[in-house]
Design a protein around this ligand. Structure first.
Ligand SMILES: Cc1ncc(C[n+]2csc(CCOP(=O)(O)OP(=O)(O)O)c2C)c(N)n1
Length: 638
């Protein structure tokens, strides 16, 4: 969009040159600005995809923050950061907003390298209070005076990390404002005891009626009854605080303000102003509606939490390629249901992502065997370990990137005790537009060295089915890693079969070299080998490793002896990944002598956002990239 069109369609937004410009605006202008922000967010996300409903829900909250705080001095720390689109638009990123989540464009999350107004980089949840508290401690050590505000959602408040932050903040008594953005939703409906506690919003009328009843009961107590009744009459505030979430936060020594209507800009601005003059830790509890101002998102906030391209007039999804193939996630979910029909020991666990990880169907079919633990990946794994000690067969479905949080639980609670827990890691490898915070680049590196663990990666849909059945049959800890998106379209099997542990399969024979590929990279490796043969007559074998642990040791050693070169391809960090495992094996067995050896994988850097296709092309992890390396190896005489 040119600046002229921007000025025509979004006149108030386009006129903003500094984030604090909103401080001089009158109410009418602010209302129009709110409308322009929403229109811009809906229009852009409809063509880029992104986190629509969370951002629409905090338009007034964002404006109120910038009415009171100056992000040039003050610090605003967003939790998860998926709701910060309005903030991006008001802090200098209007002209680049159409590049949201695109290769080379602005990120879908706050990033310190993107803007001086992004005070803390984020993408994973529940970090804001800890980070803001660190900033507060640094401010006080430097003798500075600015304000620090953390904005956290009620979903993100389900994670233990948030309470670790609250606990220390209350103990240190630092000046810090936490805004709790409560929309009663995580991605799906929020879960757990705390979420029902937070939603106990009492009307003033209810409190007054309750107070009258308490008063009359107290008056009947001989001697002290009148005094107590007088106290009860005067103490409406403490009574209300006692029955509202205030009691929880007051226990952490926060001053609690709320619950407040998070769409009432004038009132929010006043409250933020007053709070900025108070000392100590303060928690402001705001109630907002996820998807506010866009009917399709308000009525289906889960779907519009993170959404692909859609028609803005109706909200209907726009699928560029009509596709009836199931994703790996869907194949996993269906197969799990099938296996659970025959085995009532199987239970499924998700950390606040039933749709994303494909276990919604399980939750409907087997509600009593389904557990959504909230955004609590660490707890999910230890909870599964507990279930496994009682002979249940827990299956924990979590994205690779979020499973990073559970590293110690996997070692200490699961693998050390050799418990039968199946960890299903979705979104392994490059995930696309969510970018650096979300790529599943590291799981093999943070899991491969843990004793007792079996690690498998399917190349296609039926192999995923077989691996899930194998994992549930094997009485120890297993990791199953699969990518985001579609498989190859290979037909599903009716009855999954058990695979022999630590055995790969030779998919294509060849005598001029071998590609050893893992999981999602097997398909492109096969294509590259076919193409290379057609182009050059060089006949390269392709081996589907299937297992990272135990490695298909004998098969790999045989290939090393019989082939002139070996190229290992994976979609994990090269450091500590599958290729490293093969290299260690060959080195330990003196099998590298006379063998040209190369690895292809994710290099030692954080990978930005872009489509999966673009990123794979950039990193040489597609058919063409593999072909190039084959050509190089042949050119160099291996
Ligand atoms: C550690 C971690 N686990 C899971 C997620 C995926 N995730 C992103 S947003 C979200 C829900 C957050 O809910 P809330 O904080 O209430 O924000 P809302 O979207 O409702 O505004 C989840 C589970 C994540 N970002 N980080």
């Amino acid at each position: 969009m040119t600046s002229q069109i921007l000025e025509e369609l979004f006149p108030i937004l386009a006129a903003i040159t500094h984030p604090t410009d909103v401080q001089a605006m009158d109410e009418k202008e602010l209302v129009r600005l709110g409308e322009e922000l929403r229109r811009m967010i809906i229009q852009t996300v409809s063509s880029t995809g992104g986190h629509l409903a969370p951002s629409l829900g905090v338009v007034e909250l964002t404006l109120a923050l910038l009415r009171v705080f100056n992000p040039e001095q003050d610090r605003i720390v967003w939790d998860v950061g998926h709701q910060a689109y309005a903030y991006k638009l008001l802090t200098g990123r209007l002209e680049k907003f159409h590049t949201l989540r695109q290769l080379g464009g602005i990120s879908g999350f706050p990033r310190r390298s993107e803007s001086p107004y992004d005070h803390f980089g984020v993408g994973h949840s529940s970090t804001s209070i800890s980070a803001a508290l660190g900033m507060a401690a640094a401010r006080d050590l430097a003798g500075e005076k600015h304000k620090i505000v953390a904005v956290i959602g009620d979903g993100s408040m389900t994670a233990g990390l948030a309470y670790e932050g609250l606990n220390q903040a209350g103990g240190l008594d630092k000046d810090l404002i936490v805004v709790l953005n409560d929309n009663e939703m995580s991605i799906s409906k929020n879960v757990g005891a705390l979420s029902s506690f937070l939603s106990r919003k009492l009307s003033k009328r209810w409190v007054q009626r309750f107070k009258k009843e308490v008063e009359s009961i107290m008056r009947q107590i001989p001697k002290i009854g009148d005094d107590l009744a007088e106290y009860a009459r005067r103490s409406e505030d403490s009574l209300k605080a006692f029955f509202t979430p205030g009691i929880l936060f007051e226990a952490f020594r926060f001053t609690y303000i709320g619950p407040l209507n998070g769409h009432d800009l004038r009132m929010l601005t006043n409250v933020f102003k007053q709070a900025s003059e108070l000392d100590g830790p303060i928690l402001i509890h705001t109630l907002t509606r996820k998807g506010k101002g866009y009917e399709p998102a308000e009525s289906n906030p889960s779907h519009f939490h993170g959404v692909g391209c859609f028609a803005p007039e109706t909200g209907a999804a726009r699928k560029f390629v009509a596709c009836s193939l199931p994703t790996f996630t869907e194949v996993f979910g269906c197969t799990l249901c099938k296996l659970a029909e025959k085995d009532d020991k199987i239970v499924a666990i998700t950390a606040a992502m039933p749709e994303g990880t494909g276990v919604s169907c399980f939750s409907e079919r087997f509600p009593e065997r389904f557990f959504d633990v909230g955004i609590c990946e660490q707890h999910a794994v230890t909870f599964a370990a507990g279930l496994a000690t009682q002979n249940m067969k827990p299956v924990v479905a979590i994205y690779s990137t979020f499973m990073q949080r559970s590293y110690d639980q996997i070692i200490h609670d699961v693998c050390l005790q050799n418990l039968h827990v199946t960890l299903c890691l979705d979104r392994c490898g490059l995930v696309g537009e969510d970018g650096a915070t979300h790529h599943g680049a590291f799981d093999l590196s943070y899991l491969r060295h843990i004793p007792n663990l079996v690690i498998m990666a399917p190349r296609n849909e039926p192999e995923l089915q077989n691996m899930l059945a194998t994992a549930l049959d094997y009485a120890g800890p297993v990791v199953l890693r699969y990518p985001r998106g579609l498989g190859e379209g290979a037909p599903l099997v009716e009855e999954p079969e058990l695979l022999p542990l630590g055995q790969g399969e030779l998919l294509r024979p060849g005598v001029d070299g071998v590609i050893v590929a893992l999981g999602s990279r097997v398909g492109p490796a096969l294509e590259a080998a076919h193409c290379f043969f057609e182009q050059t007559g060089t006949d390269v074998a392709v081996f589907n490793a299937r297992f990272v642990k135990p490695l298909p040791q004998k098969q790999l050693l045989d290939l090393a002896v019989n082939q002139p070169f070996m190229l290992v391809v994976e979609e994990n960090a090269l450091q500590g990944g599958f290729g490293s495992a093969v290299l260690e094996l060959l080195s330990d067995h003196n099998a590298l002598h006379g063998l040209a050896f190369r690895r292809l994988g994710i290099p030692d850097q954080f990978i930005e956002h872009g489509t999966q296709k673009e990123l794979r092309a950039k990193l040489g992890l597609n058919k063409d990239g593999i072909l190039n390396v084959l050509q190089e190896m042949v050119n160099q005489g291996h």
